[in-house]
Design a binder for this molecule. Structure first.
Ligand code: PLP
Length: 374
């Protein structure tokens, strides 16, 4: 059986967990947490990085920091994971779902402006498959209407966007706030895990407080205040040192992991690019590819479902992806009724192929050959 995903271990994870245990301090914000955060800040230019227990949690922090309140409107793509919307729903916001491009699952930046009202507070973008949204256009709109930009960068570690003036920035360093995931299905993993990247400096102090249950504990330990107390809302968003130690082992191998994944991606692309039955991911000129996933887009639902079944009969697990959120049980009654045809198209026609570090060349060739014979 070729699984869809297989978490990759570098071999150092348990060693670092043992080290963390040996220090006697395994709660959050210790040595490994700080090493990981510093790595991310230096490598990707985030003004501040805070590890969290998940990307979902990082998005919750973002929703609190953005000051989202009841009846505020937040623009979110419909073709995404529930967590993108969930954090804002919990703050009482009205979600205004946006459509994807016809040839790319990302939010269509040309259709955002028409969704803005006097109540709009934020735009949440999702870099699907680690491929950047059109950030220059999105930042322009946000500036014009004074909106906060939040990047759901769950899939977007080690991927970049190039502005028209040539400036290249890491995804997650562009919006006011950004959320990453280290769930075992992502490129860099810690089982469950995530990170909030803060790029707008005005949010940094409050982010640290919300991160530690609404207390000013971080500034106490830095000696900035002489006792710590309860000063704001918040939750326990920080992971234990055991999780951070695991993550550190992955970060030490980031380059190797990324190179390996890119070679797997390229092999799929080369092997499948001439097949007329489906289209392949398109990487816009302004974006890089971090090889988070490889997907095909079939012409219709029937073709895709038939292929899933045939692959499964041959012990290859390929899976479809999101169900449009505007049609979900939870949200369809609250949605304003607009039809989002591109989101629905990807719901019906997109298929993700097995993708993981240890996918052997031989196995991959079999998958490619199989797809090309049908
Ligand atoms: C994986 C994912 C999430 C959720 O990440 P967790 O760390 O599991 O909370 C959110 N948004 C997107 C786009 C994702 O792919």
């Amino acid at each position: 059986m070729t699984p869809f995903n297989k978490p990759y271990l570098t071999g150092k994870e348990t060693k670092y967990i043992e080290e963390a245990v040996a220090t006697g301090k395994i709660s959050g914000n210790g040595v490994f947490t700080q090493k990981c955060q510093q790595f991310f800040e230096e490598q990707y230019g985030f003004k501040k990085a805070l590890l969290t227990t998940s990307c979902t949690d990082a998005l919750e922090m973002a929703a609190i920091l953005a000051g989202i309140e009841k009846d505020d409107e937040v623009i979110i793509p419909s073709y995404t994971f529930v967590s993108t919307a969930l954090a804002f729903v919990r703050q009482g916001a009205k979600i205004v779902f946006a459509d994807s491009y016809s040839d790319n699952p990302n939010i269509d930046a040309n259709k955002i402006e028409e969704l803005i009202t006097t109540k709009t507070k934020a735009i949440v973008v999702v870099h699907y498959a680690g491929v950047s949204c059109d950030m220059e256009k999105i930042l322009e709109i946000a500036k014009k209407y004074n909106l906060i930009v939040i990047e759901d960068a769950a899939q977007a570690i080690d991927s970049f966007y190039t502005f028209s003036n040539g400036e290249k920035k890491a995804l997650g360093s562009i919006g006011d706030l950004a959320a990453f995931s280290f769930h075992e299905t992502k490129n860099i993993i810690s089982g469950e895990g995530g990170m909030l990247a803060i790029n707008n400096e005005k949010f940094i102090d409050r982010a640290e407080i919300i991160w530690e249950k609404g207390t000013n504990r971080s500034s106490f330990f830095r000696g900035e205040v002489n006792k710590y107390g309860w000063v704001d809302t918040g939750s326990s968003f920080l992971p234990s040192e055991i999780i951070s130690a695991f993550l550190w082992a992955q970060l030490e191998n980031l380059e190797d992991i990324q190179n390996k994944r890119k070679s797997i991606w390229d092999r799929y692309y080369e092997g499948l690019k001439d097949n007329p039955n489906f289209s392949l991911p398109k990487i816009p000129d302004f974006a890089t590819n971090n090889a988070h996933m490889f997907y095909l887009v079939f012409k219709n639902l029937e073709d895709r479902m038939r292929m899933i079944k045939k692959l499964k009969e041959n012990d290859i697990l390929a899976v479809f992806h999101y169900l449009s959120l505007h049609k979900s049980d939870f949200y369809n009654e609250k949605h304003d009724g607009r039809i989002l045809k591109n989101s629905d198209h990807f719901e019906d026609c997109l298929l993700r192929l097995p993708f993981y570090y240890e996918l052997q060349e031989e196995e991959q060739r079999k998958i490619i050959e199989f797809l090309n014979t049908f």
